[in-house]
Design a binder for this molecule. Structure first.
Ligand code: KG4
Ligand code: ZN
Length: 387
């Protein structure tokens, strides 16, 4: 089965074409345009700007993806009927700049062999999500391909059990259930109990900021560019290498570490960093490094402890980790160790698939189709879509 994945929930525009059969998945084409540099100058993601950029980038990315997959066949005589033209215009009415390039592409290529389209319909920034959703619906109308609305967080989960078998080929490894998934991204910090395939129960959640948001905000306080996660991580690692035994000069709290539930809070630690920095006359690079390390140590300690508690509470056999923050090196190391100590499996995506991408969306679409999920036509983008 050949599936086209489309992802536009935040500031990455991504398109991926996969071919999947049983437990094997092959990437045929994978294109991603990150808007990070654009948003960086404003210190965060601007939803309306993200929307405009997605609109501009989707069609060229689709063309590149089909080209990469070797399924793009130029044909000067491809005809787009008047009815289809009108229908597409209607579907794309609110998506500025999407209709014209898509019609241009449609007129010059043959319908590619795609069995289904999987598109992220939430959670995420609603204006950004709508671009992908409308684009998927337009392609569906143009080429008569069914669409499966796909949950972004489920994508983050499903990409974790993949094992690379060659350059572009993967095998889905078995998950031993029950599993506990820790989802850590710019918008989420959740512990999810997975009793069986596609059976999710959120058992822990953040009461305020997401962990990635805390990384980004602390980075901003320290004067580091957006997105802050990788920046903080780099400084923290440098500090650990240079001064392995230094007592932290700016100690920070471990929020909710003794709360005896599985919830999180990351807003207080960000404020603690702000107060710390406000008291400092001149923030030196050394101080930035020290604060970055202490911040990373504090939040990682909390997520490790809470995940351990969740595993013990539910007798989990597997820890799954997903979301952009799972690209973090210390988090990967500490969770590898936690799983070893608990003698259970730890599944985490390769780094390139940790942050937002369309491969995970195509994959989640495939797994859902295999499980009997039916295509939809009238669905909406939902910013707060839950698992
Ligand atoms: O999953 P993702 O790409 O987008 C959302 O769905 O939110 O996650 C983005 C988040 C950002 O907050 C970014 O700072 C964080 O992931 N991030 C990291 C690292 N790489 C990305 N946080 C900590 N360490 C990293 N190495
Ligand atoms: Zn994400």
């Amino acid at each position: 089965m050949i599936i086209l994945g489309i992802e536009t929930s935040c500031d990455e525009t991504a398109i991926c074409l996969i071919e999947a059969k049983d437990n094997s998945v092959k990437i045929l084409g994978n294109q991603l345009y990150s808007q990070v540099a654009l948003h960086a100058q404003y210190g965060g993601v601007f939803p309306m700007m993200a929307k405009r950029e997605h609109g501009k980038n989707l069609t060229p990315l689709l063309e590149k993806c089909l080209e990469e997959a070797n399924v793009l066949k130029q044909n000067k005589k491809t005809n787009v009927s008047k009815e289809k033209n009108t229908k597409l215009k209607q579907i794309l009415i609110r998506e500025e700049g999407l209709f014209e390039p898509l019609i241009e592409l449609a007129k010059k290529i043959e319908k590619p062999k795609i069995d289904a389209i999987a598109v992220t319909n939430g959670p995420g920034l609603e204006p950004a999500l709508w671009v992908g959703v409308s684009f998927a619906k337009a392609l569906s109308a143009l080429w008569d391909i069914p669409v499966i609305p796909t949950n972004h967080m489920e994508g983050h989960i499903m990409v974790a059990p993949l094992k690379k078998t060659s350059d572009k080929e993967y095998e889905m490894t078995d998950i031993q259930f029950p599993a506990i998934a820790l989802l850590i991204s710019g918008g989420h910090t959740q512990l999810v109990l997975i009793k069986d395939n596609l059976n999710y129960e959120i058992v822990g959640n953040t009461k305020d900021d997401a962990i990635g948001e805390a990384f980004d905000k602390v980075a901003r306080i320290l004067g580091l560019p957006y997105p802050g996660g990788p920046q903080i991580s780099k400084l923290a690692e440098k500090e650990r290498i240079e001064f392995p035994n230094k007592i932290p000069p700016f100690p920070l709290p471990r929020p909710m570490i003794h709360s005896h539930d599985l919830n999180f809070s990351f807003s207080g630690i960000k404020t603690a960093v702000l107060y710390t920095v406000q008291k400092i006359d001149k923030l030196t690079d050394t101080m930035k490094q020290e604060i970055a390390r202490e911040f990373e140590d504090a939040v990682v300690e909390v997520i490790v402890k809470k995940t351990k508690e969740a595993v013990e509470q539910y007798g989990a056999q597997t820890i799954i980790m997903g979301g952009g923050v799972s690209a973090n090196k210390k988090i990967r190391n500490d969770f590898t160790k936690l799983a070893e100590d608990l003698n259970i499996k730890f599944l985490v995506p390769e780094i390139s698939a940790s942050t937002d991408n369309a491969f995970m969306i195509a994959l989640a679409g495939y797994i859902n189709i295999k499980a009997g999920k039916k295509p939809e036509t009238e669905f909406k983008a939902k910013g707060n879509l839950s698992l």
